[in-house]
Design a protein around this ligand. Sequence first.
Ligand code: UD1
Ligand code: CA
Length: 463
Amino acid sequence: MDIPVNVLILAAGLGTRMKSKRAKVLHKAGGRTLIEHVVATAAALTPAERIIVVVGHQAERVKETVGGSGVRFVEQPEQKGTAHAVQVCREAVGDGDSLVVVLYGDCPLLGAGTMAKLVAHQRGSTAAVTLLTAEPEDPTGYGRVLRGPGGGVEAVVEQKAATPDQLAVREVNAGIYCFRGELLWTHLGEIRPENPAGEFYLTDIVSVFRRAGLGVEAVSHPDARELLGINTRVELAEADRVLRERTVRRLMLDGVSIDRPETVTIDCQVRIGRDTAVGPFVQILGDTRIGEDCRIGACSIIQDSTLADRVVVAPLTLVAESRLDEDVQVGPFARLRPGNHLEAGARAGNFVEMKKARLGAGSKAMHLAYLGDAVIGSQVNIGAGAITCNYDGAHKHQTSIGDGAFVGSNSTLVAPVAIGAGSYVGAASVVTKEVPEDALAIGRARQQNKLGWAKRRRRGQRG
Ligand code: UD1
Ligand code: CA
């Protein structure tokens, strides 16, 4: 049987070069934190209980972010370098023969296939370690791989410690290693912090192994982009771009039409059904599910929402934390703040704002309405400019509107208030009391016409 694989993900550093209060691995690319990407990749290779994440800076937040995946955590309260980060995992890994993969929490583009290739190489070899190398166009910042006259890997030298000749080397250490466990633990303690930074560099294990007469092998990876380690916000933006390209490509191959795909922003966990069409400059974010045959109009933003089949979101519409059932139509220029449920066939048109409101099946609010903290039945018509006054300055109150009611334009429904099923509210009424079923409510000043008044005024007369 194959010996098991343990994966150590180093994620304790602050990430000084990000110039951020937030720990580096908590920054997002492609809609997910860096650490979530790396954990997901590792989980494709080995069971979660064999994955150990080394945490330090903002340890609690990192744990919260990936705790649900079942991985284990080890604390490294003081970050003395990547070798020290591995050392603190010694006990958690335990005894017994295993391969130990070490990778860094800042490489979100790494694919599971590449990791599997590295592990497969080490399984078939007698070397103490196999490392992954690449030749990026600009090797600045990476450790350089030094090879001996026979072509074998002799050492990795860090940017800060390298001579000008060594800096000219194009082949770099990707920061992903597969060790024979027992040899790692035997020799790790031999690494000394003898470098300008005074850190224990894991990369020094290469020369330690070579001095002990042990083999070091390298698998060179053709696509250096995949191994990008994020140190700055510039690299973060680059990773974000690559991840979004991958997401959009996957969706299109799965049957989603995307107009001008280079302009859309879709988070990697979003799911979209076949024959749905996404317009230019759309953003679809967070935990969003969209069904089949939907249309998402240009420049709309949909976040943490669920859209059933055949939903139309017209251009320039915002939908947040809401549920839209089959055949719902919203926008253009609608704003759905969190907590709405629009039932089958309901419509919210231009300049309609909704918050914590339920709009029943077939009900319509086509223009300029505000519906907040409201439960609205089916086949209701909400006229242009009608609003629920849900806030009295101290508390929020509910409005309920029964099935088939007709709320005239510019009505002001002062909550808490109930409008009965089948009733009418006359245009521009201020409704402060319950409207019984099937009644007509009129709450406004009666119109008077003063004949000839305007003409007299123009002539300078009054009254
Ligand atoms: C590292 C490698 C370099 C390689 C590059 C690839 C070392 C010494 N250098 O450099 O050869 O080319 O990655 O991207 O390993 N960390 C801890 N505890 C610590 C120190 C670091 O958990 O004490 C974590 C950091 O949070 C980070 C990861 O290890 O996620 C890598 O550290 P980083 O400082 O980014 O290393 P690089 O300078 O990029
Ligand atoms: Ca790095």
